[in-house]
Design a protein around this ligand. Structure first.
Ligand SMILES: [Ca+2]
Ligand SMILES: [Ca+2]
Ligand SMILES: [Ca+2]
Length: 165
């Protein structure tokens, strides 16, 4: 875990699309898989957000949520249910979902379509535990300079150090 911590600063300010949006009805947020968003169950809005300044799509930025223009091009994370089998190649299992990070910048809509093409949806953050997982996941997948072997090692040390529920 020390190793992961040392690199965390580099990735603190990367914007990542999540599935939350109010594109259809201003102020009524839903997840991209169609699930209504219930702020009282769990939310991670940054202070003063959402400010609804013509912004209908939500980024994860510095570990908090913020509504921004959907036309921004950001990295994104797709999530899909694990189902009965394990995750496909390139997807990481956590809880009942598989996750894949894409380091290709896309608009929110294009990112959403890419997730749908692989039978997933833009990341839906259901609770604090999933939010915490994604913060670590971003550090792991964002380390483009690391060799595959080292990345595998970091992934393993992460899983040794947390309880996966
Ligand atoms: Ca809005
Ligand atoms: Ca905003
Ligand atoms: Ca989820």
């Amino acid at each position: 875990m020390e190793f992961v911590k040392n690199f965390s600063f580099e990735f603190r300010f990367v914007s990542i699309w999540i599935g939350l949006n109010d594109r259809l009805n201003e102020g009524q947020f839903v997840w991209s898989d169609g699930t209504p968003f219930n702020s009282s169950i769990y939310n991670n809005w940054n202070d003063g957000e959402p400010d609804n300044n013509g912004d209908d799509c939500v980024e994860l930025y510095n570990n908090r949520w913020n509504d921004v223009p959907c036309s921004s091009t950001y990295y994104y994370i797709c999530e899909r249910p694990k189902g009965r089998l394990s995750c496909p190649d390139g997807w990481l299992l956590h809880g009942l979902s598989c996750y894949k990070a894409s380091k290709e910048g896309k608009t929110w809509l294009n990112a959403k379509q890419d997730c749908h093409a692989s039978r997933g949806y833009l990341m839906k953050i259901d609770d604090a535990s999933e939010q915490n997982f994604i913060e670590v996941f971003l550090r792991i997948t964002g380390m483009v300079l690391l060799s595959k072997d080292i990345r595998t090692q970091v992934t393993r040390s992460y899983y040794n150090s947390v309880t996966v529920t």
